[in-house]
Design a protein around this ligand. Structure first.
Ligand SMILES: NC(=O)C1=CN([C@@H]2O[C@H](COP(=O)(O)OP(=O)(O)OC[C@H]3O[C@@H](n4cnc5c(N)ncnc54)[C@H](O)[C@@H]3O)[C@@H](O)[C@H]2O)[C@@H](O)CC1
Ligand SMILES: Nc1ncnc2c1ncn2[C@@H]1O[C@H](COP(=O)(O)OP(=O)(O)O)[C@@H](O)[C@H]1O
Ligand SMILES: [K+]
Length: 484
């Protein structure tokens, strides 16, 4: 499991570690890791030029010490000092002793134009609010120059704790972060500015508390969560999913959700609703009926909402499912006008899977506000509805109403933004719920599989090809040959 901690926690852990070590040790470790990453990215075999952007804090100090290491290896290093009187004195002395040069922001454009690599040490975990004007101008100059950027600890201008970006920020190809990930590195929009992220161990691990603020599943975590049939399994024990999706107008949503559930490893899928003919035509494996969901037979989870529409009949189907004493996933039309008190009163867990627009409607705010502050939005949803909330989009986040770390999904591609892709996800998570995963695990493992299937599907993927890509994803994660 990848873990991320907020600034306050990182600072406390760093203080505890620094108390036990000679002064300057941590910065030396950080700078060594940073310099190694720079060396990896620099072209070899010709005169190489690196420009350091140096703010007035320790983030700039890291950049200066790394620059000194590079200069000692023959790299031409120029440091642009944003606040010359506050630049880290030790770092500055080291750079100068190694033959590095310094300059001021007004000469930055000329230096940047010739740079093979830019090291962004303007702000790290000490950055507050949007970049101030001189720093923002430098961020724009870097973008205009086009050289690859390595961000020190965090891309300058992003909020370390929330992943929010207010105004200009530095866009990096790689971020070298120290001690632990910070939530902003794993949550868009900031995550997009960070590029790839490389974690440098500075020995902070033992000082960090057991409860991180954000986590991201890794392949082994997902593999451990995925249900595998054993000798004692039968279709009922593997989990029966009920799907109350689709309508005469939108039969496709029913087909896609049923497909997601079948490829989510369900023992059986019961479909209840008016799209029975379309479902059975595509999936003879499904057990179909046209009455209200509670008449469909026993299930271990329900998925309700995709493509049901918003007429009286649709509302009846949703209400009928909310009465069920099994975990329920509510998506799409099922989320319209959803009453928090009704969800809180349910006897079994609930999972909500809105995209940003649906989340905005549920929270009484706007879509841009949700997209700018995804972490806050997903926590607010889980809180308000007493349900596991999965917020879809560029970074899919999952929050548990009991609190604890929010999970950020590390897989996926913007190609997943295609009609019906969310319907597949809902069926997939429904199958994992029916198999007995906790709602948090089912939602986050489902998002992981769905994202990976999106990257496996031929480009451009369609919702049904995401479903078809799921078997390869299961095989990859379980590490088992086909047919075992
Ligand atoms: N504390 C430690 O033990 C370690 C810290 N390290 C580095 O130190 C960094 C934290 O250093 P600091 O606490 O000095 O903070 P930073 O260097 O991240 O930021 C503070 C500086 O940025 C300026 N600043 C803040 N907000 C700004 C804004 N909106 N626009 C423009 N400038 C702004 C401040 O005036 C100050 O000069 C980490 O991110 C990491 O890079 C590493 O060396 C590892 C060890
Ligand atoms: N920019 C993006 N990057 C990555 N994934 C995205 C992006 N936009 C949307 N997605 C994913 O695509 C799927 C779209 O689901 P949804 O919005 O419900 O569409 P639909 O209702 O058409 O099925 C979700 O899994 C979502 O996380
Ligand atoms: K930085």
């Amino acid at each position: 499991m990848r873990t991320a901690y907020r600034v306050e926690t990182v600072r406390t852990a760093e203080r505890a570690l620094m108390d036990r070590l000679p002064a300057g040790t941590l910065m030396a470790r950080a700078a060594a890791g940073l310099a190694a990453a720079c060396a990896d990215l620099l072209p070899s075999g010709r005169s190489r030029r690196v420009v350091l952007l140096v703010g007035g804090g320790d983030n700039g100090g890291d950049a200066l010490y790394a620059g000194a290491r590079l200069a000692r290896r023959g790299v031409g290093v120029t440091a642009v000092l944003l606040a010359p009187d506050r630049a880290h004195p030790g770092g500055l002395a080291a750079l100068r002793a190694a033959g590095g040069r310094t300059t001021t922001p007004d000469a930055a454009a000329a230096a940047l134009a010739r740079a093979d690599l830019v090291v962004d040490g303007i702000t790290g975990i000490g950055g507050r609010g949007g970049l101030r004007p001189a720093a923002a101008e430098l961020a724009r100059a870097v973008a205009a120059a086009g050289a690859p950027v390595i961000a020190v600890d965090l891309p300058s201008g992003v909020d370390p704790d929330t992943g929010e970006v207010h105004g200009d920020a530095v866009r990096a190809a790689l971020t070298v972060t120290f001690g632990t990930h910070k939530p902003g590195l794993l949550v868009d929009p900031a995550a997009e500015y960070a590029g790839r992220v490389r974690l440098v161990d500075i020995g902070l691990g033992p000082e960090l508390p057991p409860g991180p603020d954000l986590t991201a599943l890794e392949p082994a975590d997902v593999a451990a969560l995925l249900p595998r049939p054993g000798a004692e399994s039968d279709k009922y024990r593997r989990g029966v999913v009920g799907i109350a999706a689709g309508s005469a107008r939108y039969p496709g949503a029913a087909v896609l959700a049923v497909g997601g559930a079948l490829r989510g490893g369900a023992g059986a899928v019961r479909y209840a609703g008016p799209a029975d003919a379309a479902v059975i035509a595509r999936y003879p494996e499904a057990l179909v009926s046209t009455g209200l969901p509670h008449r469909a037979g026993r299930v271990q989870s329900w998925v309700v909402g995709p493509g049901v529409g918003d007429d009286r009949e649709a509302r009846e189907r949703v209400a009928d499912v909310l009465d069920a004493d099994v975990p329920v996933l509510i998506d799409a039309d099922g989320l319209r006008g959803l009453d928090p008190a009704r969800v809180r009163a349910r006897s079994a867990p609930t999972v909500l899977t809105p995209h940003a627009g649906e989340a905005a409607a549920l929270l009484g705010t706007s879509r841009p506000e949700v997209e700018a502050g995804r972490l806050a939005a997903v926590r607010a949803l889980a809180d308000r509805f007493g349900a596991v909330a999965l917020l879809k989009g560029s970074t899919t986040l999952v929050a548990d109403p009991a609190g604890g770390a929010v999970r950020a999904n590390p897989t996926g591609t913007a190609w997943l933004a295609t009609a019906g892709s969310g319907d597949v996800l809902s069926g997939l998570i429904g199958a994992l719920l029916a198999a007995g995963l906790t709602p948090l695990d089912a939602a986050s493992a489902g998002a992981y599989l769905h994202g990976l299937a999106g990257t496996h599907a031929p480009v451009p993927p369609m919702a049904s090809t995401i479903t078809e890509a799921l078997p390869a994803v299961w095989h990859e994660l379980l590490g088992e040959p086909r047919g075992r």
